[in-house]
Ligand binder design. Structure first.
Ligand code: PEP
Length: 238
């Protein structure tokens, strides 16, 4: 028996009720035929309930893309981990680079969000990754170690997402991904899933997932196209 693979789709701020239905209508039968891969879709907040209902008993888990670090209170516009858990949410992405870069999320906030997700009984998908400038300066390991070290990481999914590869069409080479994953592997408990994200497509998924320390992928753009997402899932499945 090989290890379980993970493929999570990050829909970002995309979708509509109709588009979501059409996507899931294709994904559910396709994913039902696959073995050895845990499939997750991380959905914008307003669609979570409807997506959960549509998935029913299908072998696709659902999650959120963000959460408040606070338990409750006067935080207009925020959503707490307990609220998500109350609806049966199982996964939450924390520390995505778009949140770190566009919304100024700090390592301390990411750590608090990670803890909030754990306390509510859900699984955080923690994103770490360096910018191109940091890579060029030889600081990749220093950056991902700092981002991971800020969090009391236990029993979560760890996603290595080089910022320069997200949404750019320029993926890390399998060797580049493997090098960072092997580094991260030494810092987490055995059995932790470490997945790669950044311009994963059907054309490159097989080679990236073949690396010994790559346990699957966090998929942005390609997770919105049923055929592409299914082909990526197939590349990860047994
Ligand atoms: C992401 O949003 O986490 C991501 C990896 O995006 P993309 O696959 O589009 O690069």
């Amino acid at each position: 028996m090989g290890r379980t693979r993970w493929v999570a789709g990050n829909w970002k701020m995309h979708g509509s009720r109709q588009a979501n239905r059409a996507l899931l209508d294709e994904l559910v039968p396709g994913v039902s035929q696959l073995r050895g891969v845990e499939c997750v879709v991380c959905v914008p907040f307003p669609y979570l309930g409807e997506v959960a209902g549509k998935l029913g008993g299908a072998p696709i888990a659902w999650g959120a893309q963000n959460v408040s670090e606070h338990a409750q209170g006067a935080y207009t516009g925020e959503v707490s981990a307990a609220m998500l858990a109350e609806f049966g949410c199982r996964y939450v992405i924390v520390g995505h680079s778009e949140r770190r870069q566009l919304y100024g999320e700090t390592d301390a906030q990411v750590a608090a969000k990670f803890a909030a997700v754990k306390a509510a009984g859900m699984t955080p998908i923690l994103c770490v990754g360096e910018t191109l400038q940091e890579r060029d300066a030889g600081k990749t390991e220093e950056v991902v170690a700092r981002q991971l070290g800020a969090v009391r990481f236990e029993e979560g999914v760890l996603a290595y997402e080089p910022v320069w590869a997200i949404g750019t069409g320029r993926n890390a080479t399998p060797e580049q991904a493997q090098q960072v994953h092997a580094f991260l592997r030494r810092k987490v408990s055995p059995g932790t899933a470490i997945i790669y994200g950044g311009s994963v497509k059907p054309q490159n998924a097989g080679a990236i997932f073949a690396m010994p320390d790559v346990d699957g992928g966090l998929i942005g753009g390609a997770s919105l196209v049923a055929k592409d997402f299914l082909d990526i899932l197939k590349a990860a499945a047994k």
